[in-house]
Design a protein around this ligand. Structure first.
Ligand SMILES: [Mg+2]
Length: 304
């Protein structure tokens, strides 16, 4: 029988990365990484890392540096938990707009395409239908789904969202969690269901659980929790997107409104200084017109 695998994204899933990482001395494991990898192997999964590394194509570092970072990651995992072994590293150095010509291509290996997963599956004779993809970005979910795996999106509030994380993907993950530990709980629970149920349903509704069965009650509770986590993850991502929109809330209309407001105040000031002048009504009229224009511009700015 073919072995299933858990495909892990690398950056901001197993290790911290605030951009492009080519320096092995800067590798830092994220919380729960070693435990998750060790647990995956104990459950009978092959453990594979699939990572986009366009930093190579951008000329920021070489493929050897990626391998050095991966070796350091392996060493840190083993130091944390001797059972935390990565069976295979796959990475994609290509990018369609790479500055290094040799790496400039729209590669099938690059997530959201499933090339790295399919390549590893062929090399290690893996059963993708019983495999999982865990990652922090929508492109990880797309790649996992395209390869026929089930998917878990990791939304860790403690990790600063990367550019890839902020992208919106067309495919919803099967589960959304905020820790690797919870991801492994879902996978372990799914495995128990497969071994105890001879004809497992793909995703049985929680309400079908028999009330007098403790195992079924636990299963229902975990499925319900997973659904709640999915919903919470969606809300969190929407709030983040709104936050980003608010920070970039600039428009030409608003800039113009600010300038016209200053002009209106200047005309009012002029009218006050020359309040005994015959031109006072005309000055006041001009100030009112400018103030009206300011309000109109602000309304236009809100409707952009
Ligand atoms: Mg990532």
């Amino acid at each position: 029988m073919k072995q299933p695998a858990i495909f892990f994204d690398r950056d901001n899933t197993l290790i911290a990365c605030d951009g492009y990482l080519g320096d092995p001395s800067k590798v830092v494991l994220l919380e729960g990484a070693a435990e998750a990898v060790a647990r995956a192997r104990q459950l009978g999964f092959a453990t594979i890392i699939v990572s986009n590394q366009s930093g190579v194509g951008r000329g920021l570092f070489a493929e050897e540096d990626v391998r050095a970072v991966n070796n350091r990651l392996d060493a840190l995992l083993a130091a944390d938990n001797s059972a935390a072994i990565i069976d295979r590293h796959e990475f994609c150095p290509f990018h369609p707009q790479a500055t290094v010509e040799a790496y400039r291509q729209d590669s099938d290996l690059r997530k959201p395409r499933p090339g790295m997963i399919l390549k590893a599956a062929e090399q290690l004779n893996l059963d993708l239908s019983r495999s999982w993809m865990i990652g922090d970005a929508p492109r990880d979910i797309e790649a996992g789904k395209a390869a026929g795996c089930r998917t878990i999106l990791l939304v860790d509030p403690a990790v600063e969202p990367s550019a890839a994380t902020r992208e919106s993907g067309p495919i919803a993950p099967d589960f959304t969690v905020n820790t690797l530990e919870k991801a492994m709980e879902i996978i372990e629970h799914d495995g128990r269901r497969e071994t105890t149920d001879p004809s497992p349903q793909p995703s049985p509704p929680a309400v079908e659980a028999a009330p007098d069965s403790p195992a079924r009650s636990t299963e229902a509770a975990i499925v319900s929790t997973a659904k709640l986590e999915n919903l919470a993850g969606e809300i969190l991502r929407e709030l983040r997107r709104r936050g980003e929109r608010d920070h970039s809330d600039f428009s030409v209309s608003k800039l113009m409104a600010g300038i016209v407001q200053i002009l209106a105040l200047a005309v009012l000031f002029y009218a006050y200084i020359n309040r005994n002048d015959a031109a006072l009504p005309a000055s006041l009229l001009l100030a009112i017109m400018l103030q009206t224009l300011t309000i109109a511009l602000l309304i236009m700015g809100r409707q952009k």
